[in-house]
Design a protein around this ligand. Sequence first.
Ligand code: ZN
Length: 194
Amino acid sequence: MNFCSHCGARVALHIPPGDNVPRYVCDACGTIHYHNPKTRGGLRTRVRGEDRAVPARDRAAARLLDRSGGFMENGETLQQAAARESREEALIDVEIGSLLSVVHVLYAHQVHVFFRGRMRSGSYGAGVESLEVELVHPDAIPWPDLAFPSTEYTLRRYLEDRAAKREAHYFTSSSAAFKADSFTLGRAHGRMAC
Ligand SMILES: [Zn+2]
C-alpha cells in the first residue's frame, strides 16, 4: 500500500516498536496497517451418502472449476461461512460436517479451510457469482481444470478417506495460489507437502 486508509498520508514500511515484522506505518496519524492472512471456508458436499458429490463452479474467464467457498465475514464462524458460500454460489442448503483440511496458501496470504458437508435437499443451481453449477461424479472430476491447488489436494484426501471409510483432517501448505501460477513457473506438481 502507498497511502494511509485512515488519513490519506503516505505510509512507510518499517518494523514498529515492539514488533518483529515490517508493517505499513502512517507517520502522520500513527496508524499501523496490519495485513493478516485471510481465511476461506470451503466445502465438500455429499448428496445423502450417494456418490454424486462435488459441486463445481466455473470461474468466469478462466473457465476453471472450483468448489463453493469464499472469504469469511466478520462475526461468523468458519462453518457458517462455508454454509453461506454454498448457499450464495451453488444455492445449496448444506449441513456442515467434520473438518477436512487446512491449507496455508503462503503465496496469497490466505488460509483455506475445508469441511465435509451433506446437502439437506437435492436442489442446487448457479448463484450470482457462478456461471454454472453441477454435481460431478468422483470418477469424472476434471482434475486439470480445477482452479486451485488447495481444491485438488483436498478433493484427493476426501476421496481417499471416503474409500477408507474414515473422516480424518489434514494440514498442508502451498506456495501457489492458482494452478495457473504453478504452470507459469513450470512447477505444476509437487507443490503441496504434508
Ligand atoms: Zn494516517
